[in-house]
Design a protein around this ligand. Structure first.
Ligand code: ADP
Ligand code: MG
Length: 282
């Protein structure tokens, strides 16, 4: 099957003419994402994650290489409209994504731009607010919502546009723990319903919720693995200054302290079982 998203040999520079030395934000990115995948992208600050995100819906265009969404190149201007509809983006700061004075008008705004007929809009708004737990808040003023509610509103606006893929660019990083869990739950449900999810995050814990993890550093893809394969070797993430999941770190330290545990664990549950086995020996 053709991938929904195909990034081939992509290079990107923010000021290609201005800087005498080349200053690539992205170097030779190859990434192919099938419809329905749940993938996370992690990497240190400045590694190119947001740049890559913006290339996926044509907000930025590659200097070299191609980004192809549903068979259409982002460099073909006549296809950009369709591509932006197919790949929605949720950003870090919920305040910057709110445009209207009531919750339902905010969701309606994107639909009006798409030219969705009035009679269809009502149903779409209702479903989007249901999916984000905002059904009771239709008439509320967005600036009175909590940070987490605002972010859910931004997500509702994207869901209403019925994109095939949604890119969440650090969309949980400004939220309190409850706001974060709410967004993660929405992501999980979107994935279960078949939406392609690309979750850019700083948090290893969040990253490992995805099926597949891409690690970026210095404008390049360093690793691209099923999360179950990366987990047992996720001490590697330290190499790029990234956080390691707590159970992996704990397992690693216990081994260093000479505990005779099995070398491989694949989950927190695994570690608990392994510790239990060890502690039950005598
Ligand atoms: P990340 O999202 O992983 O933190 P970015 O994609 O934002 O990384 O940045 C990648 C590189 O591009 C960094 O070196 C950053 O300084 C540079 N960069 C990002 N946005 C801009 C911009 N608008 N203008 C110039 N350089 C930028
Ligand atoms: Mg970023």
């Amino acid at each position: 099957m053709n991938p929904l998203i195909q990034v081939s040999g992509v290079w990107f520079d923010y000021q290609p003419e201005e800087s005498p030395q080349e200053n690539w934000a992205l170097k030779e990115i190859n990434l192919s994402i099938q419809a329905g995948e749940y993938i996370s992208i992690i990497g240190p600050n400045g590694s190119g994650k947001s740049t890559l995100a913006r290339l996926l819906n044509g907000l930025l265009l590659p200097v070299k290489g191609n980004v192809i969404i549903g068979g259409k190149k982002t460099t073909n201007e006549q296809d950009l409209w369709q591509i932006r509809r197919q790949v929605g983006m949720v950003f870090q700061n919920p305040d910057n994504q709110i445009v209207a004075t009531t919750v339902q008008d905010d969701v309606a705004f994107g639909l009006e731009n798409l030219g969705v007929p009035r009679e269809e809009m009502t149903g779409r708004i209702r479903l989007a607010l249901e999916a984000t737990g905002l059904s009771e808040m239709e008439e509320r003023e967005p600036h009175h919502l909590s940070g987490g509610q605002k972010q859910r509103l931004a997500i509702a606006g994207i869901i209403a546009m019925q994109p095939e893929a949604i890119v969440f660019d650090e969309a949980t990083s400004m939220l309190d723990p409850q706001g974060r869990e709410d967004v993660l739950q929405i992501i999980r449900e979107l994935h279960q319903q078949g939406t392609t999810v690309i979750h850019i995050t700083h948090s290893a814990r969040e990253a490992f919720l995805a099926e597949r993890i891409v690690v970026m550093a210095a404008g390049q893809i360093q690793l691209d693995l099923p999360s179950g394969e990366l987990y047992p070797q996720s001490m590697l993430l330290k190499k790029w200054g990234l956080e390691v999941p707590l159970p992996v770190e704990l397992h690693h330290r216990l081994l260093q302290h000479g505990w005779p545990l099995q070398r491989e664990i694949t989950s927190l549950e695994d570690l608990v079982n392994e510790l239990w086995r060890f502690l039950s020996k005598d």
